[in-house]
Write a protein that binds this ligand. Structure first.
Ligand SMILES: [Zn+2]
Length: 329
């Protein structure tokens, strides 16, 4: 057997150990996988007593590359920074990492990815949940950071709630923004042609999820105090971060405070076109980076390289994302 093949297959088996009932024997002896090989997409870890999983929902990237980044006059500096670290420039990778936690009878999702569609490169959350033995009706809570499609759409499947028993917590400000008569995108660098379709879809999804939605205020604590919801405005009006606590352990979910593991840390003033209010997004990012950096808080990020765990470290006047090493136990 090709040693590379063996180690890669062992790697998959380990990542899903005890989950899909793969044994070392079967993973080593099967001559060929029945399905095309796909890299592992479920990573298991702990936050105190809470069991946690990071599930990758897609394999996508933005071909616009640095054209999505602002301010325009800083793009040469961004390019230099990317080249200095050997980062590709032809595309900006889009990771979509969904945090799942299990505590007692509660199973909670932090956003739900794109949802299953016709594109096999996206919407893997449901497969990931199945791999760890969680059925959609076992999900008791969903946390929605904001209503962009990569976060909201996975909560809806074929016009119905994808997780029928889940209460979906979101900040009141996020619901008010999209439900408002005229959602204000005047400060955003986003392509404005897409807005009417986007607003319509968000409202339709909120209608579908109406009975599940639980609007809350900044600082609300749910699941017996395990999860605290913190306002982090700028990316959207009601964008939220989440703090998960168990025992002495804490995990700060950064959500869309960063869309790239280098750019938003090398200079927190650099913003992506999808921010609704870039100026406020920078103020919020600096506040969270300073706090997480000073306290060395363990962090998790929706759009940084999977599995998305790491620390925000102060680095002179700026910061850096220090990804956590993989561990199997
Ligand atoms: Zn996002």
């Amino acid at each position: 057997m090709d040693p590379t093949d063996l180690s890669r297959r062992g790697f998959v088996g380990t990542a899903l150990a005890g989950i899909a009932a793969l044994t070392a024997k079967s993973s080593a002896q099967d001559a060929a996988p029945a399905k095309p090989f796909r890299d592992p997409f479920v990573y298991r870890f702990k936050i105190g007593e809470v069991e946690a999983f990071s599930i990758s929902d897609c394999d996508l990237g933005f071909r616009e590359g640095l054209d999505l980044m602002w301010p325009v006059e800083d793009r040469p500096k961004m390019k230099a920074e990317m080249e200095r670290h050997g980062e590709r420039l032809d595309t900006l990778p889009l990771y979509v990492n969904v945090l799942v936690i299990r505590s007692g009878k509660d199973v909670a999702l932090f956003d739900a990815g794109f949802g299953k569609g016709n594109n096999p490169k996206m919407g893997w959350l449901q497969d990931g949940l199945a791999a760890v033995g969680i059925s959609p009706d076992q999900v008791t809570a969903g946390f929605l950071s904001h209503a962009h499609s990569d976060h909201l759409n996975g909560f809806v499947q074929e016009g119905k709630p994808a997780f029928p028993n889940a209460k979906i917590y979101l900040l009141e400000a996020e619901l008010a923004f999209w439900r408002g008569e005229n959602p204000d995108f005047s400060k955003s660098k986003r392509n404005k042609e897409q807005l009417p379709g986007m607003i319509k879809q968000v409202r339709s999804h909120f209608d579908t999820l109406q009975a599940n939605l639980v609007p809350v205020k900044d600082g609300a604590e749910v699941l017996g105090g395990i999860v605290r919801i913190e306002a982090a405005p700028g990316h959207t009006d009601g964008h939220a971060c989440f703090r998960v606590r168990s025992g002495n352990d804490e995990l700060l979910h950064l959500m869309d405070l960063a869309h790239h593991h280098l750019l938003m840390f090398a200079d927190p003033n650099w913003t992506i076109a999808f921010d609704h209010d870039p100026v406020t997004a920078v103020v919020t990012r600096r506040k969270f980076w300073k706090d997480a950096g000073d306290k060395r808080t363990r962090c998790y990020a929706f759009h940084l390289p999977w599995p998305g765990l790491g620390h925000v470290l102060p680095d002179g006047d700026a910061y850096r994302w220090w990804a956590e090493r993989w561990a199997w136990s």
